[in-house]
Write a protein that binds this ligand. Structure first.
Ligand SMILES: C=CC1=C(C)c2cc3[nH]c(cc4nc(cc5[nH]c(cc1n2)c(C)c5CCC(=O)O)C(CCC(=O)O)=C4C)c(C)c3C=C
Ligand SMILES: [Fe+2]
Length: 421
């Protein structure tokens, strides 16, 4: 499993070192850029801190590593027809991701004056801020329009299904699907942006961004060490999420095991949904009704059957008149009626400004969940929620994608090596 390495390196040290050495404007020319780069590498060896999450490991980082505050997610269309070029792209991305997640710019050694710098530069001076970069493969990497594009069709995992049409879906194809995905998460939004920008730049000629989504303020806690954040509806979100400190729950619900295609062992399946919230009508709803929708108190986050946030949810408790305290179609009842179906939620709030047609906010939850098998987890859950959830009055799912995230890799290897072996 990927872990915090305890190494100290940040791009700020790199800049300070460079200017102390009289390099002048670090971005002013190739010489300054290169000096900053070299001295930054020394800084990394000399100091230590804890804002670096190792890219290399048995499992990809960004799944069961504690969730950061900001997201830049991008889905890519492959434009190359050659499977060797797809593997080459993954090799290049692996090296770049390992550098950026350690707080280093892309590219080694001195950068030439008369060529574009290998790194775009906007994150120079910034620490890694716990950057993780997680890669995934969409169904269309394996089969597209009935064709075996790269000779990989036979290796498509059974669990990597095309998501069926789900109740209440209003999906926009331009915000859905993708051959590859990159999930960049960091506690600094610019660091996450820089990661996706630079990977997209490296992909030129082989792949283009199909759609992307920025996310702010994680809407889940994935670690017992984190405080539960609030979503844009004002409710604490993530209270009963799986917590990464329990490896047996991760093995049971998140990591693909022996049932999966062998190249996916130690990987996981990512489902992303762009869920627009109709915040104007939500804001007109009475507090008691808002609380009924979720089955929890707005301020404390406590279940309606308890007093404090982490009190157990009692789905059997009744009012004196015999009706259920947590309504029969409350979100937390439907999401947890079956204790065997659990997912690791890792979503973010988003806003893309306003809807030009209605004048309303275009904002909501960019839902991301990791799981061992979407056929047994996300799909049945959403089938139930989409039919009966009280929340449906206030939300619309308008983007959707599924990706198989392969296991991690070690220095010298690359993400996806088990698939392309
Ligand atoms: C298909 C899975 C889920 C979707 C889609 C989904 C959308 C969604 N959820 C909230 C807000 C909350 N969800 C909460 C709990 C919760 N949600 C899901 C699944 C989906 N949610 C699960 C499995 C759970 C946990 C249930 C449990 O085990 O008790 C909560 C309560 C606090 C918490 O436990 O996190 C909130 C709040 C929104 C706003 C939303 C779509 C916009
Ligand atoms: Fe939920």
């Amino acid at each position: 499993m990927s872990e915090k390495t305890g190494q100290k390196f940040n791009r700020r040290n790199m800049l300070i070192s460079a200017s102390a050495a009289g390099a002048g404007l670090v971005l002013g020319g190739g010489g300054g850029y290169a000096l900053a780069h070299t001295q930054g590498q020394q800084a990394m060896q000399q100091t230590s801190n804890n804002d670096i999450i190792s890219f290399y490991g048995e499992k990809q980082a960004g799944i069961t590593t504690p969730q950061q505050d900001h997201l830049h997610f991008a889905a890519f269309n492959l434009t190359t027809q050659d499977s060797n070029e797809v593997a080459s792209l993954l090799r290049i991305w692996t090296v770049a991701a390992a550098a950026m997640t350690s707080g280093k710019p892309i590219g080694e050694g001195a950068f030439p004056d008369h060529a574009p710098p290998p790194d775009t530069g906007e994150a120079l001076g910034l620490p890694a801020a716990n950057l993780t970069i997680t890669f995934g493969f969409g169904p269309t990497l394996f089969t597209k329009d009935g064709k075996d594009r790269y000779g990989l069709a036979a290796r498509r995992p059974e669990a990597l299904v095309d998501l069926p049409s789900l109740p209440g879906d209003a999906l926009d194809p331009t915000r859905s699907g993708g051959d590859l995905c990159v999930q960049a998460c960091s506690d600094n939004p610019l660091v996450a942006f820089h990661a996706v920008r630079n990977l997209a730049r490296q992909a030129r000629g082989l792949a283009t961004i199909r759609w992307s989504q920025l996310g702010f303020n994680r809407t889940a806690s994935t670690s017992t060490q984190q405080e539960t954040p609030r979503n844009l509806m004002g409710f604490k979100d993530g209270t009963n999420n799986l917590k990464v400190e329990d490896p047996s729950l991760m093995d049971q619900h998140v990591w693909a095991g022996n049932e999966a295609a062998s190249w996916m062992h130690g990987g996981s399946y990512l489902v992303a949904r762009r869920i627009r919230m109709h915040l104007e009508s939500w804001d007109r709803d009475f507090l008691a009704d808002q609380e009924k929708v979720f089955g929890r108190r707005k301020v404390s986050g406590a279940p309606l059957t308890g007093k404090q946030e982490f009190d157990a949810v009692d789905l059997t408790a009744k009012h004196p008149d015999g009706t259920s305290i947590i309504a029969t179609n409350a979100h937390i009842r439907l999401a947890r009626e079956d204790d065997n179906i659990r997912i690791l939620r890792r979503g973010y709030s988003f806003t893309d400004g306003m809807d030009k047609v209605t004048g309303e906010l275009d904002a909501g939850l960019f839902f991301i969940a990791f799981q061992r098998d979407p056929r047994k987890q996300f799909i049945p859950l959403q089938q139930k929620l989409g039919q009966r959830d009280l929340l449906n009055e206030y939300i619309t799912h308008n983007g959707s994608a599924i990706f198989a995230c392969p296991p991690g890799t070690q220095p010298g290897g690359f993400i996806g090596e088990t698939l392309f072996a």
